[in-house]
Design a binder for this molecule. Structure first.
Ligand SMILES: [Zn+2]
Length: 267
């Protein structure tokens, strides 16, 4: 059994179908992201986070043990801070997903959000690396920009897609968090695909050699239940690629479950 930390929602999923998909794939739990508040036409930009959060909270309420809801916070919207409080105080969501979309990770509006998330003691997952589908915004998602998180030592955060194609930069940044911080090592590498196999196996080999196996997380980037077959394929191929990169069974176990529980604060 595994934990998938990177599942997207469209907003029209039914809990029973998603839980059934988890069983079919062999997933113990999954982290589900809300629909981006800026990408749905909720009509009122001043309360779009609330709508996105409500939708996800209803989906995960059926089994909050297995379905771990992450609010999607867009710091440039006027209700971002309110959305964070709402997600954690009223809707019992468990973390935050963000994509730096035409703002840099050190943007003041984003930092106001990190402060609030840190107060709530919740984990984050950032899209990092090249970004498909949101026009010319990859440049904002380069790994070195996430050094800003050194100023938020209370947030465990994951960098998705090993920041492909900037995988070396991603590993270097994580190496810095590993060695530089007093206290807890707060950065995690989400190995969710994006990188074609030839780069991914190479990056995994380097990650294991340089960072060890305690701060890597598994994810699929699937939608469920529509992407059930895709999620199952990803799980199978990622296990293969980890083996190819030299991972032993205990290492795969950490990457697929133990590390995610620690990142989520559930260990
Ligand atoms: Zn994704």
């Amino acid at each position: 059994m595994a934990i998938d930390v990177h599942i997207h929602t469209h907003g029209d999923e039914e809990s029973a179908a998603v839980l059934k998909a988890l069983d079919q794939i062999g997933l113990e739990r999954a982290v589900l992201f809300a629909v981006p508040p800026h990408r749905n036409d909720w009509g009122d930009a001043a309360s779009s986070h609330r709508a996105s959060i409500d939708q996800l909270a209803a989906l995960v309420a059926a089994d909050p043990e297995r379905l771990i809801g992450f609010a999607w916070i867009e710091p440039t919207l006027p209700d971002a801070l309110e959305g964070i409080d709402y997600a954690f105080e009223e809707k019992m969501l468990r973390g935050v997903k963000m994509i730096p979309n035409h703002w840099y990770p050190n943007d003041e509006r984003a930092q106001a959000c990190y402060q609030r998330i840190e107060q709530h003691g919740k984990p984050m997952l950032f899209h990092t690396g090249i970004l498909w589908g949101l026009s010319d915004t990859s440049q904002y998602c380069r790994p070195a920009f996430f050094e800003i998180m050194l100023h938020y030592p209370g947030i465990r955060f994951a960098m998705a897609h090993i920041s492909w194609p900037w995988t070396d930069e991603c590993l270097a940044v994580n190496g810095k968090f590993k060695s530089n911080q007093r206290g807890e090592w707060t950065s995690y590498v989400d190995i969710t695909s994006g990188a074609p196999r030839i780069w991914k196996v190479d990056a995994l080999r380097k990650a294991l050699a340089y960072l060890g196996d305690t701060h890597l997380l598994y994810g699929s980037d699937a939608h469920l239940p529509g992407g059930t077959d895709y999620a199952a394929l990803r799980l199978r191929e990622d296990r293969e690629m980890l083996r190819e990169a030299g991972a032993v069974t205990e290492t795969i176990e950490r990457i697929m479950t133990t590390n995610a529980l620690r990142w989520l604060g559930l260990d």
